[in-house]
Design a protein around this ligand. Structure first.
Ligand code: NAD
Length: 261
């Protein structure tokens, strides 16, 4: 358990991929700062259960990461409450699907703010501390859409490509400070973010979610199955391990062959 006693901040960890990552880090011994939206009672129960199951400290902060000040405060509060920040996982993200001519400007601003700028503000705040302690792991959850495009997702694709670029720059800047910075690029993962897209598609096409699920996978992924949040969590734990010391600046695909085509 390389992460025993270490502290991890996982943004957007009340649901989906972030929750899978937080669970995997806690299972490996890390104390975890959770973040994201949801019912306060459900989130409190989730934190208690995670902490009890793995014998680690699990705290929660409701910071809205659209606001740069909130991002900075979240990083600072992680250190204040849990004593350090050793692993930073920038995961919180949203989606909106529309062609550019119809794309609402406020959706563009929101997606860039959360999916791209929040990761910049978090890295900017965490890196000086990680440098001072000579160890850190930063993992940015990008997407297959950080490497290739799809129509209808201009803000998401721009933000995720930007996040892959920012990951590379950060990796170069801290290459000899004991810090690695990588991006994970998942294909389809069945989470609320994708469930909403499936429901929208079924409504627009007059079909069912089951039919649209098959179509969605077949359009992009040679391998016709979803990646699980648990698999992405395991990848994050590996990136924190000794064996991954020289993996840095890499966009790592976990996408059923999506970008191999
Ligand atoms: P999700 O909707 O299940 O989870 C998103 C999380 O972000 C939730 O915890 C939510 O509360 C939180 N969040 C939303 N707005 C926030 C805000 N303003 N401030 C703080 N937290 C906020 O989605 P997911 O599919 O688990 O997505 C997680 C990440 O994975 C995103 O960055 C997404 O782009 C990326 N991703 C998802 C897929 C997929 O197929 N699901 C594929 C590739 C990449």
């Amino acid at each position: 358990m390389v992460l025993a006693g270490k502290v991890a901040l996982v943004t957007g960890s009340t649901s989906g991929i972030g929750l899978g990552i937080a669970r995997a880090l806690a299972a490996d011994g890390a104390n975890v700062m959770m973040n994201g939206f949801g019912d306060p009672d459900d989130i409190a129960r989730l934190c208690d259960e995670l902490g009890a199951e793995f014998g680690v400290r699990v705290e929660y902060d409701a910071a809205d990461l659209m606001d740069p000040n909130e991002v900075r405060r979240l990083v600072d509060r992680t250190r204040e409450q849990l004593g350090s920040i050793d692993v930073l996982v920038n995961n919180a993200g949203i989606q909106h699907v529309d062609t550019i001519d119809a794309f609402p400007t406020e959706k563009w601003d929101a997606i860039i703010a959360l999916n791209l700028s929040a990761a910049f503000h978090a890295m900017k705040t965490a890196i000086p501390y990680m440098k001072s302690q000579g160890w850190g792991r930063i993992i940015n959850v990008a997407s297959a859409h950080g490497l290739v495009a799809s129509p209808g997702k201009v803000a998401y694709v721009a933000a995720k490509h930007g996040l892959v670029g920012a990951t590379k720059v950060a990796a170069l800047e801290v290459a000899n400070d004991g810090i690695t910075v990588n991006a994970i690029c998942p294909g389809w993962v069945l989470t609320p973010l994708v469930e909403k897209q499936l429901e929208d598609r079924a409504r627009q096409a007059g079909t069912s979610v089951d039919i649209e699920t098959e179509a969605l996978l077949a359009e992009k992924q040679p391998m016709l199955k979803f990646t699980s949040p648990e698999s992405i969590g395991a990848m994050v734990v590996f990136l924190c391990s000794e064996a991954a010391t020289t993996i840095t600046g890499s966009p790592l695909s976990i996408d059923g062959g999506w970008v191999a085509q």
